[in-house]
Design a binder for this molecule. Sequence first.
Ligand SMILES: [Zn+2]
Length: 86
Amino acid sequence: MNPLDLMVEEKYHCPQCKKTDFVDYGETVECTTCLIEYDKKLLGKIPDDEILSRQEMDGILGEFEELKDPKKAKKLYDSFFEDLDV
Ligand SMILES: [Zn+2]
């Protein structure tokens, strides 16, 4: 294996499709395959599946303007899934 490959391996990769092709928007990047936008601060810092949850949570909570407290928001988010019979 080329050692240089390891150097660039910690580039952003899409949590969904694992590809590394992104459009750079500054604060965020968008996967050119999934067309999903991710926060640069989250990519590579937290597990892929949690990033996806975060994206979903932001989508859901966008409907609830009053929920600015992340802890309350998380609670609400969890409650959505507790109520589901999966
Ligand atoms: Zn993707």
